[in-house]
Design a protein around this ligand. Structure first.
Ligand code: 9WN
Length: 443
C-alpha cells in the first residue's frame, strides 16, 4: 500500500479522536472547545471524505452566533477542566450573547463563507442547496456586523485583541501590545518578573514548555486587554483609544476580502443577492487593502488606526493579500521573490511565521517563527491564483512531507522540520487531507 493513503487514514484518525459530536476540537491534549477558524479549516479537509460531517461542523458554529451577528472565536465545551478561559468573558452577562452556550466575546478570521462554499461543492445537489440556504442569512448578518461594528471609516475592519487575528503572538501585534499603558499593579508585576509566578494558572504551559508559547508578560498583557475590553462590552466604538490596542489587521482583512466574494457567490446562487450597501463595503475593503502596501520594502503590513501608521514589522501575513487576489502582477512578483528568499521565508521547511533573519525569530515559539500548515495552505492557494503553480505545488509537497515525517503537530520548526505545540492537531490533519487531494492526480 502506498504511503499517501496511510497518511490520509492517520489524519482521519486524528480528526475522529478530536471529534465532539457535531464539531471537532483543535486538539484533545490542549484545546477542548470549538474555535471559529479552526472549524473552518477542519471542514475544508473533512469535506474531502465526509461532506455531511463537514457541513455539521460549520452549522455547529452557528450555535454561538450573537444576536448582533458576531461569530465568537470560541464556543466553550460544557464539561471542561479549563474553566479559566470561560470566566474571562462571562458571555451570558452580555446583551447579545446566546443564553444556552458560553462563548468568547471577540471574533476570529472570517473564513466561514469560504468554508461553506468548499463544503457545498462536495455535497450532492439538494444538500448543497440546503446548506447554502441555511447559512446565507447568518453569514450576511456576520459580515454586516463586521462592517457596522468594526469599520471605523477606512474600509478595513479593526481588531481589538490579538486573539482575533488568529496569529496570536505575531510580532506586529506583540509590538503594539508592548506599547499598551499598563495598570500600576501590572507594571510592578512585570518589573519584578512576577508574571512568571502566574504561570501556574496558565493551562497551556502546564502541558507544553513555556518557550513554545506566549511569554508570561505577553500572556498577562493579553489577559489585561481582554478584561479591559470587557469593561466596554467589547464594543470598539466605546473603547478608550489610549488604553486599547487596535489594529487594522492585514491577515484578517485579506481573508475577509476572499470571504466577501464567497458570500456574494453563495447569495447570488440561492437567489437573494447581497444588498447594495454591503456590496459597497466589500468593494471599499478591496481598495483599502492596497493602502497597506509599503513600496520601499515591497511588503504589506497591518496598520494602527489611531496613528494611521503602518506597523512595519515583518510577518507572513504579507503574503495573504495573494489569497485575496488583490495585488497587481508587479506587487505579486515582489512578494514571490521575497517568499523565495532562503534567508527569509524559504528555509528548508517554509513558510516561517516570521522571516528567519528577523530579530527575535524563534524556530519553536508559536507565531514568532514556526511554520504552520494553515498558513502554508493559504499561501499556496494565493500562489496558485497568481499562476505560480510550481511554487504552490512545491509548498504543498513540503508541507505534506513535514507532517509525514514529524506527525500532526500544531506547528513545526522551519529549520529542522521538528513538530511543536499541541500533538494531533485537527487543522493540520484536515488540511493535509486537502493538500493530498490537490497534489495527487485523480485515478
Ligand atoms: C487563543 C485554537 C487556537 C487557534 C489560534 C491559535 C491558538 C488560542 C490560544 O489556538 O489561540 O485563541 O489558546 O492561544 O493561535 O490560531 O485558533 O487552535
Amino acid at each position: 500500500m502506498s504511503a499517501l493513503p496511510t497518511l490520509v487514514r492517520r489524519a482521519q484518525q486524528v480528526l475522529d479522536h478530536n471529534r465532539r459530536g457535531a464539531w471537532t476540537c483543535p486538539s484533545s491534549a490542549l484545546y477542548a472547545h470549538q474555535w471559529l477558524w479552526d472549524s473552518c479549516f477542519i471542514a475544508v479537509g473533512v469535506a474531502r471524505y465526509d461532506p455531511e460531517r463537514a457541513a455539521a461542523e460549520l452549522r455547529a458554529l452557528l450555535r454561538g452566533q450573537w444576536a448582533n451577528g458576531m461569530l465568537p472565536h470560541m464556543i466553550f465545551a460544557d464539561s471542561s477542566h479549563d474553566a479559566g478561559s470561560r470566566t474571562i468573558w462571562r458571555s451570558r452577562t452580555r446583551a447579545f450573547a446566546p443564553r444556552d452556550v458560553a462563548t468568547s466575546c471577540i471574533t476570529q478570521p472570517p473564513l466561514l463563507a469560504i468554508a461553506t462554499s468548499r463544503v457545498a461543492d462536495a455535497l450532492p445537489g439538494a444538500q448543497r442547496e440546503q446548506l447554502l440556504t441555511d447559512l446565507v442569512a447568518p453569514l450576511v448578518e456576520y459580515h454586516t456586523w463586521l462592517y457596522a461594528a468594526r469599520d471605523l471609516g477606512s474600509g478595513l475592519v479593526t481588531l481589538i485583541h490579538p486573539w482575533e487575528c488568529g496569529l496570536d503572538t505575531t510580532p506586529p501585534w506583540m509590538q503594539e501590545l508592548g506599547r499598551m499603558p499598563l495598570p500600576i499593579w501590572l507594571r510592578v508585576a512585570v518589573r519584578l518578573r512576577l508574571a512568571r509566578a502566574l504561570r501556574a494558572l496558565r493551562y497551556d504551559t502546564r502541558h507544553l514548555p513555556a518557550s513554545q508559547r506566549a511569554s508570561d508578560d505577553d500572556g498577562l498583557r493579553m489577559l489585561v486587554l481582554a478584561i479591559r475590553a470587557g469593561e466596554h462590552d467589547f464594543e470598539l466604538r466605546r473603547m478608550p483609544r489610549d488604553t486599547s490596542v487596535l489594529v487594522e489587521d492585514l491577515a484578517f482583512n485579506s481573508l475577509l476580502i476572499a470571504a466577501n466574494r464567497s458570500l456574494e457567490r453563495i447569495a447570488a446562487e440561492i437567489g437573494s443577492p447581497v444588498g447594495p450597501e454591503l456590496q459597497q463595503s466589500f468593494r471599499r475593503t478591496e481598495a483599502a487593502l492596497e493602502a497597506l502596501w509599503d513600496e520601499p520594502s515591497g511588503q504589506y503590513y497591518s496598520r494602527n488606526p489611531a496613528s494611521g501608521d503602518l506597523i512595519r514589522t515583518p510577518a507572513l501575513s504579507t503574503f495573504l493579500p495573494l489569497f485575496a487576489r488583490v495585488p497587481s502582477r508587479e506587487r505579486a512578483a515582489r512578494l514571490v521573490s521575497l517568499l523565495r528568499d532562503p534567508e527569509k521565508y524559504w528555509p528548508a521547511w517554509g513558510v516561517p511565521s516570521v522571516p528567519v533573519d528577523a530579530p527575535g525569530f524563534s524556530e519553536t515559539s508559536y507565531w514568532k517563527g514556526p511554520t504552520w500548515v494553515n498558513t502554508n495552505w493559504l499561501i499556496a492557494e494565493g500562489l496558485a491564483a497568481y499562476d505560480e503553480s510550481q511554487l504552490a505545488a512545491d509548498l504543498r509537497r513540503r508541507t505534506i512531507e513535514l507532517v509525514e515525517n514529524a506527525g500532526f503537530w500544531e506547528y513545526f520548526s522551519p529549520l529542522s522540520g521538528a513538530g511543536y505545540g499541541a500533538p494531533d492537531f485537527s487543522w493540520t490533519a484536515a488540511l493535509v487531507v486537502d493538500l493530498l487531494a490537490l497534489t495527487t492526480p485523480a485515478p
